[in-house]
Design a protein around this ligand. Structure first.
Ligand code: GLN
Length: 616
């Protein structure tokens, strides 16, 4: 037998443990490389695996669970395992798969990583995201280098070995500050029984065996059907789903039941009976009004306690840390539940039904600000391909108190977006242009204020006589390579002292924000644009890349654009300052003479009074 349950890293058996699993040649069948510095038993693993169906909110569940353990002062870090063969999410269509979330280190991931960053209030890295494409590429490249020493390369043990290595590397690296993780939270994409994720589940089964008892906790997230024709909950699909997991050799220690309504005792008893999971470890995760109430609901149900017991982690809990974290969260929950007397109508250019997931982080950033401001933000999504004239824009934006033109690719709706920016600029409506929205606003300004009628981005009109937006120099060399080649990830932005953006960021002169673009303001137009009033107040520390603009207070109360994506760094407890600025300005302007509240006052420049805007 490979691993004696009693083996502990500190009793001298660790080297034997490492040697036994790490071989890829010789007589042994084992292949399970372990990274340098790995200490068996130091890091525990929680694996959340879906059954019955996808779309149960596995990411929200896993991140809320991880937060509960993080609140106790333990170092947690998540790993999302994707079954698809793409190397990253960069080439995925956001209208099909939801937003492409960009990490600070530049990896393009799926929107779940955004959920983890927001709920854990923690920056993640490429170590937190794994796709089948990455694993297979690594294994195949290693094979070409002769890395398997004459062995035939197999799904088991080599592919699963590569997955376990990733898990243990993440365990050693934790959040990248030199400390190993206490708990790695693994979310397996898809559901048990899928073809694509089978090797992940197998790798986790092997990991649990190698690491020994109290090392790994498997959570089956399942779904309880409640057909309206029956009017009662049925457990059979959940039972079959969990059985599927057990057939793969995985015995869940916890079952979390997603359901519309609280799960009945009868249903829980059936699940307990069929799955060998005691009743106290079966939890009802029924629909709630807000995802932010999930951590508290989990704690009340005792889910955190059970995890600590299963993983023998009670000794690592820092009670004072948990008390502090709970106070902060309950203040947030109180604001969330409190009545919100203020109202703001925010127009976002993007069609709601198909774009909500495509702009998930914007949706969240707006939500964070609304909670902070005590304001109900009524978001109106606009399809701009139907906006063809200033009159159309006026009709579409009737009643809008703030306008966001978000990021995007492709020509569709561009002229409509330009008309929306013009409306915001000339009517003095608080405006935030993000990435493509930033570029579109520069085009609008060049056309209508500078009089460069045909001004455009070379992305949309390669032959424009006034290419105010053009390809970044490094991008011009990259023809034909799509994946991971944009200007990606966190970069420093130098803010002009005294500018609105610097004020909104609390007077800071340098911030770090995340980018994802191929095009930029063409440097030779910068002077001309600035001379006409649009000031580039956020710049790259050394290169001529324009990263934020604004109109001076005398021209517009709040007209800001950013080449970066501020929405990616908004967190529930610390809403993104530029979004706060936008919505605070909208509140103040919509209700002249009325106190917009303490949160908004912090984001309103004392001398910035609402004026009528500037005409081109
Ligand atoms: N299409 C633009 C560019 O590549 C904007 C990208 C974006 O909005 N993320 O620069």
């Amino acid at each position: 037998m490979p691993s004696e349950p009693s083996v502990r890293p500190d009793d001298g058996a660790e080297e034997e443990f490492l040697a036994r699993f790490a071989r890829s040649d010789g007589p042994t069948e084992w292949y399970s490389p372990v990274p340098p510095g790995y200490r068996k038993g130091r890091t525990k693993f929680v694996a959340v695996i879906g059954t019955v169906m996808s779309g149960l909110g596995k990411g929200i569940f896993s991140s809320s669970l991880a937060k509960l353990i993080q609140d106790k002062g333990l170092l947690v870090t998540p790993l999302k395992m994707e079954g698809y063969l793409n190397i990253d999410s960069g080439t995925l269509n956001p209208y099909r798969h939801g937003e492409v979330f960009v990490l600070d280190d530049g990896l393009e991931t799926d929107m779940d990583l955004g959920t983890y960053e927001r709920i854990l209030d923690q920056d993640l890295s490429r170590r937190n995201y794994l796709t089948a494409g990455q694993i297979y590429t690594e294994v195949l490249e290693r094979e070409r280098r002769g890395g398997y020493l004459g062995r035939d390369v197999q799904m088991i043990p080599h592919v699963t070995g590569a997955v376990k290595l990733k898990l243990r590397e993440l365990a050693v690296n934790g959040i990248g500050d030199g400390r190993p993780a206490d708990v790695v939270f693994v979310e397996v994409g898809g559901t048990a029984g899928d073809y694509e994720n089978g090797f992940y589940i197998e790798a986790l089964r092997e990991l649990a065996f190698e690491e020994g008892p109290e090392s790994t906790c498997f959570v089956a997230l399942t779904y309880i059907l409640e057909p309206s024709i029956l009017g009662e909950q049925k457990s059979k699909a959940a039972q079959l789903g969990i059985k599927r997991l057990m057939e793969a050799g995985v015995q869940p220690q916890i079952v979390a039941c997603r359901a519309k309504n609280p799960v009945t005792t009868t249903v829980m008893e059936k699940i307990s009976m069929f799955s060998n999971v005691p009743m106290r470890r079966i939890f009802s995760m029924h629909d709630r009004e807000s995802i932010y109430t999930i951590p508290d609901a989990m704690r009340q149900g005792g889910l955190d306690r059970e995890i600590l017991s299963i993983l023998d982690l009670h000794d690592r809990v820092d009670q004072a840390n948990e008390d502090r974290a709970r106070v902060r969260w309950s203040e947030f929950s109180a604001r969330l539940a409190a009545p919100r007397p203020r109202r703001i109508t925010l127009a976002i250019t993007g069609k709601y039904a198909s774009l909500r997931d495509a702009y998930a982080s914007i949706d969240k950033a707006v939500e964070h600000c609304g909670i902070q401001l005590g304001a109900e933000v009524d978001v109106r999504w606009l399809e701009t391909s139907e906006i063809r004239s200033s009159r159309d824009a006026e009709v579409a934006l009737e009643g809008a108190q703030a306008i966001i033109v978000p990021g995007g690719f492709g020509t569709r709706g561009i002229e409509g977006k330009i008309l929306c920016v013009e409306h915001a600029r000339t009517r003095g409506i608080p405006f935030l242009g993000i990435c493509l929205g930033f570029q579109v606003a520069v085009i609008e300004f060049a056309r209508h204020v500078l009089g460069l009628e045909k001004a455009h981005s070379t992305e949309f009109d390669p032959r424009t006589p006034h290419p105010v937006i053009s390809e970044l120099p490094e991008q011009k060399k990259l023809e034909g390579i799509m994946g991971g080649t944009m200007r990606l990830g966190g970069q420093d932005v130098d803010l002009e002292p005294g500018s609105l953006v610097s004020f909104l960021y609390g007077g800071r002169s340098r911030v770090r924000e995340r980018f994802r673009h191929r095009y930029e303001v063409e440097p030779r137009f910068i002077e001309q644009i600035q001379a006409a009033g649009l000031r580039f107040t956020g710049r790259h520390p050394s290169q001529p890349i324009m990263q934020a603009f604004e109109l001076p207070a005398a021209m517009h109360p709040s007209f800001v654009g950013t080449q970066f994506h501020p929405e990616l760094t908004s967190r529930p407890l610390s809403p993104q300052p530029l979004f706060m600025g936008l919505l605070s300005a909208a509140l103040a302007q919509a209700n002249p003479g009325v106190d917009p509240g303490p949160a908004a006052r912090r984001f309103l420049r004392p001398h910035a009074v609402a004026v009528g805007g500037v005409r081109g």
